[in-house]
Structures are given as structure tokens and as C-alpha cells.
Design a protein around this ligand. Structure first.
Ligand SMILES: [Fe+2]
Ligand SMILES: [Fe+2]
Length: 490
């Protein structure tokens, strides 16, 4: 009986440890909340005012209006909830963008209902939302925009409405995965083409038996102009995407890949002025990428974030051991642990300044302070203690914050393990390497650095295995292969 209780306790303990803590959502100011609420009210009014126009004094009309009004308000709220759930770090500007697109659709419908097809109204917003905020939010937007489409919208015909929803859903799914502007351009050609063909097959065929020759020509030219308009709007959306990215802080895959280009001036400067830090960054990229792949995180985000995490070291490259190249260590020369700790903290503060100056998106800039979290600068703290200086431990800790996402937490762990793995003997066994990795990760855990990161115990286990795999690859590269006597290879 006691055995069962102990086992149950153990099971409960492991279950509890494996639970992912609830992700904290970004805070939205009162003014932004008010703006969002007002836009939702406006959408509800536009969607439901027709009920009052029919018979304003009729009680059942008022009841219908009230019902429709609250219905639309609730679905706007659901849309906001879905977007917050999919992207917990969503900002108020991005929420305003999502519901403003809904408002634009409602408004355009009101003013030019018969001239613009739902195809051109659903697909481009779906592309923007899926690129910036993910496929689920885009799909939710498409379903809500189509649910909120009044009866008059069916006027073009039900088939066109159905084709529009299918095209917008396809764009929502693909838009969240697309990784380059070239693929976006392909999408802006193939989706209108697909819409044109399906309209010809489904609508053109249906109408040919009922319409006269002249009406058929008109119908076909309408189908063609609808698809052409869609292609033009999609091309303009792609053209203006960098402006959307900058105004609403959207971080698209294409933008991430552009930032990860090693020819970017800031990265080039790092490779020239701080080559040791650049090498360290490249190895961290490998460790972090492998670990993120293992746990199913955002690989493009961590690869780019890792490239910029130590960019602040550019302010004083020779103060960091990896760039000293055997020359004198400035820390030894000043022999002041407090000043040394100040220089170390400065690599975070200066990094954030570089990020602002180079307009790095916030999710990338977050890697700069979060990779150091509130870690202790142990070496200088003990040096200060040795010198009997009256110092607090908090003076020798980075200012934080501790990692707020899985990706920044992985980078912190990779940063900690990189030097230790690089320094390991090539003859060391896998178990020894795994022990080193586990020791470093355990110390970060005990220090509370991973508390806000969402990483479960299972994920930490996978991260350790990923780091070990990368180390095995590096060790393999460092092993000297025997060369033939006359140095020729077959
Ligand atoms: Fe750092
Ligand atoms: Fe680093």
C-alpha cells in the first residue's frame, strides 16, 4: 500500500514538473483597450444598423438589431482572444490592425457592395494577418469576416462566396509558412489564377445555360476582372508589407531571414571588429537551432536572435576573453571588479542601443537582455570578495529580465554551454559531455533563470540531447584524419 502511495506521489510530482507554466500575455494600455473597443462597436453598428432601417419603431426589429449587434461584438472579442492565444506577445497595435481590417471590409461592403467581390476583400487581409500573426489568427479572421457578411453579400452568388473563403483559407495556411518574398509573389500569382479557373468552372458553366451570349461575355469579363483585381491588390500588399512590418511591429518570416543575412552591416562589423564573439555567435546558432528544432520552437526567430544577442560587445570587443587573442586582459589592468562588472552589463545596455539604432524588431531585441537574464557575474563577485570590498551580490548580477520565452531561454542555455563544450577534450565521452551540459543547465534552473520561460522538464531533457548532438558533430570535425604518406588522395 505504501509502495502505491509513494509511486502515486512520484507520478504526481513528475506530472506537475512536466506542466508548462501559463504564458503571460503582453499588457495593453487603457487607451489602446478603449480604441479597440470603439472599433469593435463601430463594426457592430455597421453590421447591424440595417435592422433598424427596416422598421425603427417595431419592437421585434429593435430586438433583432440588439441581438445582431451583441453577436458581432462577441465575435470580435473571440477574434481578439484567438489572436492573443496564438501569439501571447501580440501588441495592441497588432490587435488594432486585425480588427481595423475587419472594419475596412465592413465599410467597403457598405459603400461599394456590388462592385467589389468578396475575393478581393478576404484574401489580402488574410495574407497580412497570416504573415504577421500566424495562420490560426488569419483563419479565425476569415471565418469571422465571412460570418459577419450580411445577406446582401450573397448577391454576387453563393459559389463566388465559397471560392473566396477557400482562397482566403489557403492563403491563411500558406501565408504563415512562407519564408521568402519570392514565395509570396508566387502565391499572389497562383491564388488569383486558381480563383479564376474555379470561377470559370463553377460559375461560368452554371450560367452558360441560363444567360444570353452578351450576358455570358459580361459574366466572363467580370470573373476575369475579379481575379485581376485580386492579383493587383495582393501584389500591392506584398509591396507594402515592409511598411506594415515597421508600423505594426510585425515579424514576418521573410523579415527574419533578411535580418539573418550575415552581410548585414551590423553582423559584418561583428565579424571584423569582434571575430571571437562572431565565432561564439555562430556556434551558439548551431546549438540553439538544433535545440529549438527538437522542441518544435521557432527556428527562424532563434537563429536571427542568436546572431544579434552579443552585438553590444562591439562597444569594447577587447574586454571580452574571446576577442583577446592572447594579448593583455584590460580587466587585469584596471584590477577593479566593480568596473569590470559594469563593462559586462554594458554589453547588454549597448546591445539594446544598437538594436534601437538599427531598428531591430522587439522579439529580436529581447534576446539581448534575456540571454543574460539576472545571472551572477561569479568571477568578478568572488574577486571583489577576495579584495574584501563591501559589495552586494545584486551588484554583480545582470539587470535582466530573465528569459520570457522558450527561444530566449534556449539561447541562455546555449550561451552557457558553448564555452564549456568548446573547451572539452575531444577524447571526452558522451556521458562526460552530457554531465557538463546538465550541470550548467541545472545551475541556471536553480538560480530561477528559467522560471518565466515556459520550458517543461521534457523539453529541457530534449535540449540537453540536442546540445550533445551538436558537440558530437564538432568533435567529429576536430578529429585529425590520417593522411596518406605522399599527401595524395584518391
Ligand atoms: Fe552575452
Ligand atoms: Fe554570448
Amino acid at each position: 500500500m505504501q509502495n502505491i502511495t509513494t509511486n502515486l506521489k512520484k507520478l504526481f510530482y513528475f506530472w506537475k514538473r512536466s506542466q508548462v507554466p501559463k504564458k503571460q500575455q503582453s499588457k495593453i494600455s487603457k487607451i489602446d483597450n478603449l480604441i479597440i473597443f470603439l472599433i469593435c462597436i463601430l463594426i457592430s453598428i455597421i453590421s447591424s444598423y440595417k435592422f433598424l432601417l427596416l422598421s425603427p419603431s417595431n419592437a421585434s426589429a429593435i430586438y433583432d438589431w440588439l441581438l445582431n449587434f451583441s453577436e458581432v461584438l462577441v465575435i470580435c472579442w473571440i477574434l481578439i482572444l484567438v489572436s492573443k492565444k496564438e501569439l501571447p506577445t501580440i501588441t495592441s497595435r497588432q490587435i488594432i490592425l486585425i480588427i481595423s481590417l475587419l472594419l475596412i471590409v465592413q465599410f467597403t461592403k457598405l459603400t461599394s457592395i456590388s462592385s467589389i467581390s468578396p475575393l478581393s476583400m478576404f484574401v489580402p487581409p488574410a495574407l497580412i494577418i497570416s504573415q504577421g500573426m500566424g495562420s490560426i489568427t488569419a483563419l479565425a479572421w476569415v471565418s469571422i469576416a465571412s460570418l459577419n457578411w450580411p445577406e446582401s453579400a450573397i448577391s454576387p452568388n453563393n459559389t463566388l462566396f465559397f471560392i473566396s473563403i477557400v482562397c482566403a483559407s489557403v492563403v491563411s495556411v500558406l501565408g504563415g509558412r512562407i519564408r521568402s518574398r519570392a514565395q509570396l509573389l508566387q502565391l499572389s500569382i497562383f491564388v488569383p489564377l486558381g480563383a479564376l479557373l474555379s470561377q470559370w468552372i463553377l460559375i461560368g458553366g452554371d450560367q452558360s445555360s441560363f444567360l444570353g451570349k452578351q450576358e455570358l461575355v459580361f459574366s466572363n469579363s467580370k470573373i476575369f476582372s475579379d481575379s485581376l483585381l485580386l492579383a493587383i491588390i495582393m501584389l500591392f500588399t506584398i509591396l507594402f508589407m515592409p511598411i506594415f512590418e515597421s508600423i505594426f511591429g510585425l515579424l514576418t518570416k521573410a523579415r527574419l531571414l533578411e535580418l539573418a543575412d550575415k552581410e548585414k552591416p551590423l553582423i559584418r562589423r561583428l565579424s571584423i571588429e569582434a571575430p571571437g564573439t562572431f565565432e561564439h555567435t555562430l556556434l551558439i546558432c548551431c546549438l540553439a537551432e538544433e535545440a529549438t528544432r527538437m522542441i518544435g520552437g521557432d527556428i527562424d526567430l532563434i537563429k536571427t536572435g542568436a546572431l544579434y544577442h552579443d552585438i553590444g560587445k562591439l562597444h569594447a570587443p577587447n574586454w571580452f576573453i574571446e576577442n583577446q587573442d592572447g594579448s593583455k586582459n584590460p580587466h587585469d589592468e584596471i584590477d577593479d571588479p566593480i568596473k569590470s562588472a559594469y563593462v559586462l552589463q554594458a554589453h547588454v545596455d549597448e546591445g539594446l542601443k544598437y538594436a534601437r539604432k538599427n531598428r531591430l524588431p522587439k522579439p529580436i531585441a529581447n534576446f539581448i537582455p534575456e540571454h543574460q537574464g539576472s545571472l551572477k557575474m561569479g568571477y568578478f563577485f568572488y574577486k571583489a570578495k577576495e579584495k574584501n570590498l563591501n559589495v552586494n551580490e545584486s551588484d554583480f548580477r545582470y539587470k535582466g529580465p530573465i528569459p520570457q520565452s522558450k527561444e530566449t531561454a534556449i539561447l541562455m542555455l546555449a550561451d552557457g554551454c558553448e564555452a564549456a563544450l568548446r573547451a572539452m577534450n575531444i577524447k571526452a565521452s558522451d556521458i562526460e559531455a552530457l554531465e557538463t551540459i546538465s550541470k550548467i543547465i541545472r545551475s541556471r534552473q536553480k538560480d530561477g533563470q528559467l522560471d518565466d520561460s515556459d520550458l517543461s522538464m521534457g523539453e529541457i531533457f530534449l535540449i540537453k540531447r540536442a546540445f550533445l548532438n551538436v558537440w558530437k558533430r564538432i568533435r567529429h570535425r576536430r578529429i585529425q584524419y590520417p593522411t596518406s604518406k605522399n599527401n595524395t588522395f584518391s
